[in-house]
Design a protein around this ligand. Structure first.
Ligand SMILES: Cc1cc2nc3c(=O)[nH]c(=O)nc-3n(C[C@H](O)[C@H](O)[C@H](O)COP(=O)(O)OP(=O)(O)OC[C@H]3O[C@@H](n4cnc5c(N)ncnc54)[C@H](O)[C@@H]3O)c2cc1C
Length: 458
């Protein structure tokens, strides 16, 4: 039985924990306790199922942690004693700390529907999930139902369809990617998914999972609330993430519905205990109210800010803006900040649209790009934006995130200085962001706005 002391002990093995190791592994005596065999590049898992890369390529090397100087401990923490500043593990070892960082992440939700324990019913996060789905595809699986049409569900459904699996993508919402963009912006993505042969079942709830009649241990189909039954050799739930905080229940650590409560410096309610990443509950940078934000692009910056503070700086996490993107067939789609309906609960929402081509329209291969910008009528602040395009969109999403994060207003974007080149943008005469801001500006000036007049030059 080991009994070891660390200046800094991290529970976790995902992007948040790895960031802590990269920043501090060489500076302090640091231990990282991770329960699974490999850290993973989760975002690439669907593409491994699709066969675009070897599944093993999604496994991160342990050297990401060990080469920093931090000690990697492959074990599961089973108990935490905040008084004694110690953890106990499944292997029976104990470790004490001066400072503890909780980076335990989040677990995919598996709704407790009748039949959820059947073989062939899965979530999609773990290494085993990916290898299981990939091997079922290899073995010639015929029918799959993916429940949850968020980015993970959309990407996985495409991977299965590309491998010849008859795939249903279902969601309770009436549109795909409901947390990424508004329905009129995601409609082209839904059409793309259908063009790829994916059968969409939107506005429908899965009620029950049925076993196969000939093999009762295996999943056979999904019953929906309209009475329809979809055949399935595989059912994957991609319906959201729940913070992995089971270890701390009843420990005195303050926990909210969406995770461990931290302040903007990532300090928990217990001294010398910090939390970062998906296990944390935090607020929206736009409203200041608690908001979801289980993204690697939130987990890593939280880790960086905590590491900077532990090095003696004083930095604060500004809150979630939640820029994200995905791909549906030939379309790239992204969104950031607030969606229209959710924003209506907080602001008087104005929406401006623009549509141009991804290159000069006279160039070969020009594709459509459409952008939506949301602003608050009262303050003129930019509060959200979305884009669907034939070219990658993350840079545009990030421009809008920057506008939101730094409090830019519609009038600021009217003067946005942009670049243009025949292969990479529309003509210099227009820019998606500026054009959408112009549309918003007209709305902001209200119904009393005077028609433009030319002043006679005498
Ligand atoms: C399929 C998929 C695709 C995704 N795509 C994107 C994307 O495109 N862009 C994006 O920004 N985000 C994406 N995400 C989300 C992103 O992966 C997460 O936000 C990110 O991994 C969170 O990092 P984390 O370090 O906080 O937690 P995690 O990565 O969940 O890591 C938590 C770690 O803690 C360990 N742990 C928990 N409890 C214990 C314990 N008791 N003892 C020891 N170890 C423990 C876990 O085993 C795990 O290693 C995707 C997620 C999935 C599943």
């Amino acid at each position: 039985m080991t009994n070891e002391h660390f200046e800094l002990l991290v529970i976790g093995g995902g992007p948040a924990a790895i960031t802590m190791a990269k920043e501090l592994g060489s500076r302090v005596r640091m231990g990282v306790i991770r329960r699974e065999a490999h850290s993973m590049i989760y975002c690439a898992m669907p593409y491994a199922v699709e066969g675009l890369l070897q599944p093993e390529k999604t496994l991160k090397a342990d050297t990401l942690v060990t080469e920093t100087g931090a000690q990697l401990i492959r074990d599961t923490v089973t108990d935490v004693d905040f008084e004694k500043k110690s953890v106990t593990t499944q292997a029976g070892n104990s470790y004490t700390w001066d400072k503890l960082v909780i980076a335990t992440g989040a677990e995919p939700v598996l709704p407790p529907l009748k039949g959820h324990e059947l073989e062939g019913v899965s979530t999609f996060k773990k290494e085993e999930d990916m290898f299981k789905v990939a091997s079922m595809v290899e073995e010639g699986m015929e029918n799959a139902v993916v429940i949850g049409a968020g980015a993970i569900g959309v990407e996985l459904a495409q991977a299965l369809a590309a491998r010849g699996v008859d795939t249903v993508l279902a969601d309770m919402a009436d549109s795909v990617l409901p947390n990424l963009a508004d329905p009129e912006m995601t409609a082209p993505a839904a059409e793309e998914l259908q063009r790829l042969g994916i059968r969409l079942k939107l506005g429908r709830k899965a009620l029950e999972l049925r076993a196969r009649e000939d093999k009762p241990a295996l999943i056979g189909g999904v019953v929906f609330d309209d009475g329809s039954i979809e055949k399935a050799d595989l059912v994957v739930f991609a319906v959201g993430m729940r913070p992995e905080v089971s270890l701390f229940e009843g420990s005195g650590l303050e926990i909210a519905r969406d995770g461990i409560i931290v302040d903007s410096r990532m300090r928990t309610s217990i001294e010398d205990v910090y939390a970062v990443g998906d296990c944390v509950s935090f607020t929206s940078a736009i409203t200041g109210e608690p908001a979801g934000g289980k993204l690697a692009t939130n987990a890593v910056p939280m880790g960086r800010i905590l590491a900077a503070n532990l090095k003696g700086e004083d930095r604060e996490y500004p809150g979630f803006i939640n820029g994200a993107a995905t791909k549906a067939g030939e379309l790239f789609i992204g969104g950031t900040g607030m969606k229209e309906e959710e924003a209506k609960g907080h602001f008087q929402v104005l929406c401006g649209y623009s549509e141009f081509t991804t290159t000069f329209p006279i160039m070969p291969g020009a594709k459509k790009a459409r952008l939506k910008l949301l602003a608050d009528r009262e303050s003129g602040r930019i509060i959200g934006g979305q884009i669907v395009s034939g070219q990658p969109v993350t840079d545009k999403v990030d421009q809008i995130s920057m506008a939101i994060q730094f409090g830019l207003k519609v009038e600021d974007l009217l003067n946005f200085s942009y670049s243009s080149q025949p292969w990479q943008s529309f003509y210099p005469a227009h820019n998606l962001l500026v054009k959408a801001a112009e549309e918003l500006s007209i709305q902001l000036s209200g119904p009393d706005r005077k028609p433009a007049v030319l002043v006679e030059a005498r």
